[in-house]
Ligand binder design. Structure first.
Ligand SMILES: Cc1ncc(COP(=O)(O)O)c(C=O)c1O
Length: 386
């Protein structure tokens, strides 16, 4: 008998995961002594959690702590710490009751989307975008509305683009700094978008996961400009704790109880030990600053070296750890281009198709969060490759 498979199973793949698998396979097949594959496809720091976070987790294990479930919204002291962080970084007086600890930003998205939107609702975002926004919305029966953004708006949405939407969307997702372009909405732009959303009854979801990784401009949080915006954040990037699976939401009052009920049912809670480690990570800014200094140096090197290697049209790279290259003068098939680059130069990067279904064949994303010597070596290899 053939059993039914639900529509959720049609969620598209997150292609970068397939690229990672291809790079792993390539590395495994290399003969001993061959130059290793340089990983510029991965969007995760290679550094691991800061020492203070690891020590706190070890201590929690050693102390015989039961490490059971926590409240659905997380350990209270962690929520308070996140609220204090909002004061430190944005000068925001945020009641800790509005903070919900989640299973990474990834765990926050379905909670936020289901609480804020209904099946069939239209949610706008700029392309290029972080692929799971579209894939999760689609799996939930919601409709992504894509705003094609280019270098003129630093690949970010603008009020002009939003004004053209008729009917108005139910929601808008923004990300600053964003993945894949590494560009930002500057404070005045984010404020204008938040005001536009409030004036037009559009729920703003602001993905702030790359806060802390901005090189030229200060970051601003949507929570500074709107009490009805939903903020998504995580310990994965600035705090370098991807595998610990812990993040957070800043929620507006009207979504608190709906999200809490969803979180209780979906996840019960984020892992206790990860929450303990996350709380300690707030005392590790000096160590984390070392990571940022490294990203900054790799970024500076690549912004000079990649154009010398023929990647002449790069995004402004204001934040995160990505460079988005327009390769249309070299190829109109970014999948094939990246496969050849992996095969011939041993450099793995992500084809743009994942991030922009219409124009992604013209783009490649390079991630520069890997080891600094690798980033320099990648630039040298690419200079000798055409
Ligand atoms: C823009 C963006 N949002 C969310 C995530 C998911 O992060 P997390 O590890 O917290 O689930 C990522 C991961 O790469 C990302 O780039």
């Amino acid at each position: 008998m053939v059993l039914k498979v639900g529509k959720g199973a049609n969620a598209p793949p997150f292609m970068v995961m397939d690229v990672i698998a291809a790079a792993n396979a390539r590395q495994a097949a290399l003969p001993p002594g061959a130059p290793h594959v340089i990983r510029m496809e991965v969007g995760q720091p290679g550094t691991g959690a800061p020492a203070g976070a690891v020590a706190a987790a070890q201590e929690a294990l050693r102390s015989g702590h039961a490490l059971g479930y926590t409240e659905a919204f997380g350990i209270r002291s962690l929520r308070q710490r996140i609220a204090a962080h909002a004061k430190d970084w944005y000068g925001l007086d945020l009641p800790s009751d509005r903070v919900a600890v989640t299973m990474g930003a990834s765990g926050a998205f379905p909670l936020a989307f289901l609480a804020a939107f209904d099946v069939g609702d239209r949610i706008a975002m700029a392309a290029p975008f972080y692929p799971p926004y579209v894939n999760i919305l689609t799996a939930l029966g919601m409709q992504p509305v894509i705003l094609e953004a280019g270098p003129d708006t630093r690949f970010q949405p603008s009020i002009a683009m939003l004004e053209k939407l008729d009917p108005r969307p139910d929601g808008l997702i923004v990300a600053s700094p964003c993945n894949p372009a590494g560009t930002m909405l500057h404070a005045d732009e984010l404020a204008a978008i938040a005001r536009w959303c409030d004036a037009n009854g559009v729920r703003l979801i602001s993905d702030e996961i790359y806060h802390g990784l901005a090189y030229d401009h200060p970051v601003a949080s949507a929570a500074q400009f709107s009490d009805s915006a939903v903020v998504v954040n995580s310990f994965s990037k600035y705090f370098s704790m991807t595998g610990w699976r812990v993040g957070w939401l800043v929620l507006p009052e009207d979504l608190l109880r709906p999200v809490e009920c969803l979180a209780q049912n979906f996840f019960i809670s984020a892992p206790y030990i990860s929450q303990v480690a996350a709380e300690a990570a707030f005392d590790c800014h000096a160590e984390l600053q070392g990571n940022i200094d490294r990203y900054r140096r790799s970024r500076a090197h690549l912004l000079t070296a990649l154009p010398e290697a023929g990647f002449t049209r790069l995004s402004p790279a204001e934040g995160a750890f990505y460079l988005f290259a327009d390769i249309s003068d070299r190829s109109n098939d970014s999948m094939a281009f990246c496969a050849r680059m992996l095969r011939e130069a041993g450099v793995a990067a992500t084809p743009g198709l994942d991030f922009d279904h219409a124009r992604g064949n013209r783009f490649v994303r390079f991630s520069y969060c890997g080891p600094e010597p690798d980033m320099r070596e990648a630039a040298e290899r690419l200079k000798g490759w055409r």
